[in-house]
Design a protein around this ligand. Structure first.
Ligand SMILES: Cc1cc2nc3c(=O)[nH]c(=O)nc-3n(C[C@H](O)[C@H](O)[C@H](O)COP(=O)(O)O)c2cc1C
Length: 137
């Protein structure tokens, strides 16, 4: 894939795959690392590259940080952007603080309380995706 120096919102080959995926999606999960109390600039570029493909679809955020707050500050920055894109963010978020300590050597999660939270998160996203798909058609 060639890198084109065009603004994110001008149609270009770099976002063709994302556009196709976003069009088909009934909902989104964004996994977001916290960078200097914000979210990564690459995510903003990706979000700005489309518009109507996001509208009236639910979105869940799983945030990650090496500090104690699990990316909560990145999420607070991201939420108004998602609302402006006419997305419907879930109230429930998944927050993963101290990420370097959360997984064992074999990649297993040390804290099983996340399983319950993750189930609620996925159940709610699925429910909204089904309802909102009906509203869009
Ligand atoms: C540029 C940069 C800024 C970061 N800023 C924060 C921060 O403000 N708070 C925090 O808890 N962790 C911060 N971290 C740690 C990341 O949130 C953490 O390492 C995360 O897992 C990085 O995900 P990645 O490997 O996908 O980049 C920062 C990491 C980078 C690279």
């Amino acid at each position: 894939m060639s890198r084109e120096t065009v603004p994110a919102w001008v149609p270009n080959s770099n976002v063709a795959y994302w556009k196709e995926s976003a069009e088909r999606a009934d909902g989104f999960i964004f996994v977001v690392p916290e960078y200097n109390h914000g979210y990564p600039g690459e995510l903003k570029i990706l979000l700005d590259s489309l518009y109507e493909e996001y509208a009236h679809k639910p979105v869940g955020i799983a945030a990650v940080s090496s500090g104690h707050f699990g990316g909560a500050r990145a999420v607070e920055n991201l939420l108004p952007v998602l609302v402006t894109l006419s997305m419907y963010p879930l109230k429930q978020g998944l927050y993963f603080p101290n990420i370097t300590e959360l997984f064992g050597e074999n990649g297993e999660m040390k804290d099983i309380t996340y399983k319950k939270q993750a189930k609620e998160f996925f159940d709610e996203l699925k429910k909204r995706a089904l309802v909102m798909r009906g509203l869009r058609t």
